[in-house]
Design a protein around this ligand. Structure first.
Ligand code: ATP
Length: 427
């Protein structure tokens, strides 16, 4: 039986991944786990999300499916933050006999839930038409993520990574997390690039320890189970209550849609869009840097490197009109929030300067308004200024926001293989 769960937490506490980790242990009373638990990140622009728009799916082999359903529903009912208006849990159960029929529709639903916006009615109608057992609490929005997570479990033909999540003891929740920073930097040194985004070296920050009051102590992300296990073994911290290694679509760019042009773009979707810079970046109040990109049809869109993207804004600020780029990111309020950028080619930039004297090579002086330029020493003159090409302080290639600003789904450049362009991973 596949079990999909979503929308159990609030900003004040809980985390759906914690419930998943707990159930991975507790459901062993009724059966045995099949394969790895999944942590699925869905459309990152959804406004109802608590933090990272995650859902989980587990798979168990059991002769007592009713007991599994009963236990999961009871845990979701008692542990979800129902008092929060935005917490609307959903749980879906798929028995093995229904796997085959559900697979095509739920696989597609999963991909759409990562890239697109889905209504509660559509999710409910799909669960009903497939005859699935499900529970939708309150307005039932959690059904969307729960169904999507089941789709991911039914069809695992997608790029995946791993996250090793550790959880705090109940009595510690809400207090300062005790994780030794030095050990995190050490674990990163030993295991990067097989693990990534544990720390942000440039900004001297620890990234893998959350600040919210949920039960997560820290999470280590990596390419393989072995890599995340190796890193975790090196971390010194307060006592952990439990842990769980999830297989996940984090760090895969699964949310991105290739846009043919600005006209293809919809709010609350994420894109790869090629175009030409038509205005240099302007930095507005709050430190956000925004430039205008034009597609080949002459349609434009604002592209932003917001303040939390820190040093990445330097890349954006060095762009000039005529630069050809591909921007990667989500669109909200008519603005593309850049996660990474590929600079395809750079425009020639030149500066107007007084002409050089053909005899001594020094720059000539103005001979007066409208009278051209003159070198007094050599008695040479010229009518026009010279255009001197300038070196650009930027090269073609891929650039990305630093780890402290990374989206869960964004593929870190350290995972990129691109023979055509240099890749500059943020670290
Ligand atoms: P949690 O840890 O509880 O999962 P979260 O940050 O992941 O927290 P949720 O609390 O799950 O966010 O809230 C996200 C809500 O948005 C869920 O109800 C989920 O079903 C719904 N949702 C997810 N993806 C989509 C989508 N593509 N379209 C519409 N709704 C979605």
């Amino acid at each position: 039986m596949i079990i999909g769960i979503d929308d159990t937490d609030s900003r004040e506490g809980m985390c759906t991944t914690y419930l998943g980790a707990l159930l991975m242990e507790e459901l062993c009373a009724f059966g045995s786990p099949l394969g790895e638990p999944l942590l699925i990140r869905l459309n990152p622009t959804i406004p109802y999300k608590t933090r990272g728009n995650a859902a989980v799916a587990l798979c168990f082999e059991s002769d007592e499916p009713e007991k599994i359903i009963g236990h999961v529903v009871s845990r979701v009912s008692s542990m979800s933050r129902m008092e929060c208006e935005n917490t609307n849990p959903g749980v879906v159960f798929i028995r093995e006999v229904d796997f085959k029929e559900a697979k095509p529709q739920l696989s597609e639903f999963f991909i759409r839930a990562v890239k697109d916006v889905i209504s509660i009615d559509e999710a409910r109608a799909l669960a009903e038409s497939l005859g699935l057992a499900f529970r939708a609490f309150k307005n039932g929005r959690g059904l969307i993520g729960a169904l999507a997570a089941c789709g991911a479990m039914l069809n695992q033909d997608w790029e995946h990574t791993y996250e090793f999540l550790t959880y705090r003891k109940d009595e510690a929740c809400g207090t300062k997390r005790l994780v030794d920073n030095e050990s995190l930097f050490g674990a990163d040194s030993e295991t990067y690039p097989e693990t990534w985004d544990s720390v942000d070296r440039f900004n001297e920050l620890v990234v893998c320890v959350p600040r919210s009051p949920d039960p997560v102590l820290y999470g280590i992300r990596g390419d393989t189970r072995e890599a995340v296990e190796k890193a975790v073994a090196m971390v010194r911290s307060e006592e952990i209550e439990r842990s769980c290694i999830y297989r996940t679509n984090q760090g895969t760019d699964m949310h991105l849609i290739r846009a043919g042009g600005v006209d293809d773009i919809l709010e609350m979707h994420s894109y790869m869009l090629e175009g030409t810079v038509v205005s240099p970046a302007v930095t507005i109040r709050g430190g956000h840097s925004i430039f205008i990109l034009e597609d080949d049809a002459g349609r434009t869109i604002d592209c932003a490197a917001f303040e939390p993207t820190k040093n990445f804004r330097e890349v954006v600020r060095r762009l000039v009109p005529g630069d050809r780029v591909v921007v990667y990111g989500s669109v909200t309020e008519d603005t593309l929030n850049i996660e990474k950028i590929c600079i395809l080619s750079l425009a020639d930039v030149s500066e107007e300067r007084n002409p050089a004297c053909p005899s001594c090579g020094k720059r000539m002086k103005s001979a007066g308004s409208g009278q051209g330029y003159r070198c007094r020493r050599c008695a040479t003159s010229a009518a026009e200024t010279e255009l001197v090409p300038l070196e650009r302080d930027l090269g073609p290639g891929f650039y990305e926001v630093p780890p402290c600003a990374r989206r869960h789904l964004a593929k870190p450049l350290v995972r990129f293989r691109c023979p055509e362009f240099p890749v500059f991973p943020g670290r």
